[in-house]
Ligand binder design. Structure first.
Ligand SMILES: Nc1ncnc2c1ncn2[C@@H]1O[C@H](COP(=O)(O)OP(=O)(O)O)[C@@H](O)[C@H]1O
Ligand SMILES: [Mg+2]
Length: 264
């Protein structure tokens, strides 16, 4: 492991809508930052385990996983896996996360399990930890929001993009008030943008009018290579580094870093 860092930043990637680009963003923003020489961890918080398979881990390889972290019977070193890319690591998920809301219903400190588990991450020298949330506002998303400094919200450039957004913003506000006072929105990311359609343009424009500087200037286009790369278990920079998808996630990684520098 590399030098100890005391300034690990924790970012949840959340939106209770499915299929908006959370996992694609978790994988490729993390990968882009690793390419820019940061040490990055992706925590797969979704029972569908798309980030796990998208980063090349098979079902057989995915134990131990996040489930074991939440029940505290495992160490960080045992659960963190390297990936095919230097500087990019993963805490995998397994389908045993299904039903976790019920399983954890009675457990003490149940909203803080992930935060507690990750509390020593900084000793491993990670610069960034991205938590890929499930498509719900259940206990795993609350755990991620509690462990996070900030949230990235991907929004698909389609008609219903803003639907549910106020509920998400309200959840973030509640967690901030009651559990995690430092939590804030890191940025909104427009995904699957199709410049050929008027609708995409209109949605993007509306989001920018509402949320102004909170919206990343980088927009992620709809790009077939981005949808193909998970089935090869690779981030876009390994699957097709010359694609528009790779270009846009590299631009996002740079914009993310420059915003983080300004914040400090
Ligand atoms: N920019 C994009 N261009 C084309 N396909 C995309 C893009 N972003 C995501 N996808 C595809 O859309 C689907 C949903 O994306 P995903 O990242 O899994 O969303 P979520 O994690 O929010 O459910 C996946 O099949 C993914 O490969
Ligand atoms: Mg996902």
């Amino acid at each position: 492991m590399t030098k100890a860092s005391t300034s690990t930043r924790y970012i949840a990637i959340a939106n209770q809508k499915g299929g908006v680009g959370k996992t694609t963003t978790a994988i490729n923003l993390a990968s882009g930052l690793a390419l820019l020489h940061r040490k990055v961890l992706v925590v797969d918080c979704d029972a569908q385990a798309n980030a796990t398979s998208g980063l090349g881990l098979s079902i057989e390889e995915s134990a131990p996983s996040l489930y074991d972290c939440l029940f505290d019977n495992i160490s960080l070193a045992e659960v963190i896996r390297p990936t095919s890319q230097n500087g990019l690591f993963l805490i995998p998920a397994q389908t045993n996360l299904v039903g976790i809301d019920v399983t954890l219903a009675e457990k003490a400190e149940r909203e803080f399990l992930l935060k507690n588990f990750l509390s020593e991450i900084h000793t491993l020298g990670f610069d960034f930890v991205f938590m890929d949330c499930p498509p719900s506002l259940g206990i795993l998303t609350v755990n991620a929001l509690n462990a996070a400094n900030s949230v990235i919200i991907p929004l698909q450039c389609e008609y219903y993009a803003l639907e549910g957004l106020s509920q998400l913003v309200q959840t973030i506000r509640l967690v901030k008030q009651k559990l995690n006072p430092k939590l804030h929105i890191e940025g909104l990311l427009l995904t699957m943008y199709d410049h050929r359609t008027k609708l995409g343009y209109q949605v993007a424009r509306e989001v920018r009018i509402h949320f102004r500087d909170l919206v990343y200037r980088t927009t992620i286009p709809r790009n077939i290579k981005l949808s193909e790369s998970p089935s090869h278990g690779k981030p876009i920079f390994q699957y097709d580094p010359t694609s528009k998808g790779a270009e846009s996630y590299l631009a996002l990684s740079k914009e993310f870093l420059s915003r983080n520098r300004r914040k400090k």
